[in-house]
Design a protein around this ligand. Structure first.
Ligand code: FB9
Length: 515
């Protein structure tokens, strides 16, 4: 018996349901209405099977129509279904006692649910306990017993017994074997196209039909021209990728070339030392940086360049006093997950400096960086850094500010403010703020600066070459553009994939030039 909680039906459903189809149509040919619940009850059929068959008849066209109703009834709990299958506990206890000599009580109590079974069997006067013997012996008090409980459960299961107030049902309810349930059943009536022998309407016109001419007589399944076609499975772009494409487009429009960022693993030399970041700088300890255990170190460096970096750190060079500390080779060899794509900029600038004649260059990168930071609603241990740099003769802070205005204007941000900041590798450095119309407030939109001579001169650049650079994240603008407040709704295991499927296209509207 299927209650609203529903039950599974075995494989032979189709032929059972097709014969049941014919039976139901026959029934309706002589009855105005069919109630799926009582129809199933009277025939001891699984209610779900009847409902399923009604559904399949309805799918054959305008043969019948059904109306849903709900009503309260009683149903078996999962535990009761076990008793229905294996018999009640008290009955099994009774069966376990040898009719002739009884059984030691501890032995008997090893049976599953023996406590309930024993108590029930005792209360029904089926057993007697001989406490005189050690251990006490349990003997049958009657020759045979009926498993009333199982019979009752069968009658409820087969819808024979549905009245929840019946005294024996109340008893079973107390034993959490029966519970009140709401049932959804249907009343079915004949419809315009009703007939007792309905053939499955043909879905498609086939060449055989055309050759045999049977197309003239067969009845075709009504075509539902409003049916929504199967949505083609399609890939969808994560918002981060859409915003990345927009930012990439802006850099390309401004004549920048993308840097190769396909190396998440970097060594401390390019990630820190070449950027004039002192070896004792807090950014370099495990609190902020993921160090690799395997491969733990890199040993291959451009030797001559490394010596210059060592010198500018340890004793100073190129007119800089450096940091005056004992620079360690093993420190610079340590492999890390890059903490910024500025490490890639360093490699590109070094290569640029190796070129015989200096040529101005504009590079950008957008890729993952890793920071062993404490997580919060806007920070994860990894984010995508966007970075731009321009290497040219005698660039000034003014040039940097000018380029930043040009860059952020293309992002629709025209009102910028610059706050002095500090990075080991840039001097001067500036945090960039923009007034965000949507948020009606000033927000920090990035960081920037002019790479220090202590970084550029060891590479081999001439004194008159300067490099301006800036950076921001991809996640922050994406969260703002897509109205996502918690980074975990944007990336990570909790992301609801529907967000990926339904998120709108990314429209980064550049601000009009005159503004
Ligand atoms: O992205 C950031 N903010 C931002 C950017 C765009 C934006 O667009 C909205 C649609 C309108 C909104 C917000 N920030 C940088 C600012 C803050 O979010 C900051 O709290 C978090 N920062 C990250 C680092 O956090 C540890 C963002 C990330 C960041 C910071 C600095 C750099 C790169 C990324 C850099 C640099 C740099 C400096 C000099 C030379 C070369 C690179």
């Amino acid at each position: 018996m299927a209650t609203s909680k529903g039950s599974t039906v075995s494989g032979s459903t189709t032929e059972k349901s097709s014969s049941l189809q014919a039976e139901i149509l026959l029934y309706l040919s002589t009855n105005n209405e069919l109630n799926t619940w009582s129809y199933a009850k009277e025939r001891g059929l699984d209610h779900q099977l009847v409902v399923g068959t009604i559904r399949s008849i309805e799918s054959l066209g305008d043969v019948i129509k059904s109306e849903q109703h709900t009503s309260r009834s009683i149903g078996l709990t999962d535990e009761a279904k076990g008793l229905l299958r294996d018999g009640s506990y008290e009955y099994n206890i009774f069966q376990a006692i040898p009719a002739d000599k009884g059984i030691e009580q501890p032995q008997l109590m090893k049976l599953p649910n023996a406590n309930i079974g024993f108590a029930k069997a005792m209360s029904k006067g089926w057993l007697q306990v001989d406490k005189s013997s050690k251990p006490p012996m349990v003997k049958r008090k009657v020759d045979t017993v009926q498993d009333e409980v199982q019979h009752l459960l069968q009658r409820i299961h087969s819808l024979e017994l549905t009245d929840s107030s019946a005294e024996e049902v109340v008893e079973l309810k107390k034993r959490k074997l029966v519970e009140d349930v709401t049932i959804n059943y249907f009343t079915v009536t004949k419809s315009a196209g009703f007939s007792t022998n309905i053939s499955k309407p043909e879905a498609d016109l086939t060449s055989e039909m055309l050759q045999s001419g049977s197309w003239k007589t067969v009845n075709f399944k009504p075509k539902n021209f409003h049916a929504k076609g199967l949505l083609p499975s399609y890939g969808c772009l994560h918002p981060l990728l859409k915003v990345r494409t927009e930012y990439r487009q802006i850099f390309l429009e401004m004549g920048f070339t993308e840097m190769p960022t396909n190396n998440f693993v970097e060594n401390s030399f390019w990630n820190f030392d070449a950027l004039f970041t002192p070896q004792k700088h807090p950014a370099r300890d495990v609190q902020d940086t993921f160090f690799l255990s395997d491969p733990a170190v890199t040993t291959k460096f451009p030797e001559e360049y490394l010596q210059k970096v060592k010198e500018v750190h340890a004793t100073g060079a190129f007119g800089s006093i450096g940091y005056q500390y004992d620079w360690q080779l093993d420190e610079t060899q340590k492999n890390v997950l890059r903490t910024h794509t500025t490490a890639v900029s360093t490699r590109m600038l070094y290569q640029l400096a190796q070129e015989k004649t200096f040529r101005p260059a504009k590079y950008f990168s957008i890729d993952k960086v890793f920071r062993n930071e404490n997580l919060d609603s806007t920070h994860l241990a990894e984010f995508n850094q966007i970075e731009g740099l321009i290497a040219d003769y005698n660039l000034t802070l003014g040039d940097l500010i000018g380029v930043l205005y040009q860059f952020f204007r293309k992002l629709g941000m025209t009102k910028l403010r610059f706050k002095p900041a500090y990075n080991p590798y840039t001097e001067p450095s500036m945090e960039i703020f923009s007034y965000h119309e949507g948020l009606q407030r000033w927000i920090e939109v990035g960081n920037s600066g002019m790479f220090r001579p202590e970084m550029l001169l060891p590479m081999g650049f001439s004194e008159d070459v300067s490099v301006i650079a800036w950076g921001l994240s991809l996640e922050r603008p994406t969260m703002i553009l897509y109205g996502i407040n918690n980074i975990r709704d944007l990336v990570g295991p909790e992301v609801d994939l529907k967000m990926c499927r339904r998120n709108p296209i990314c429209r980064v509207i550049p601000a009009k030039s005159e503004e």
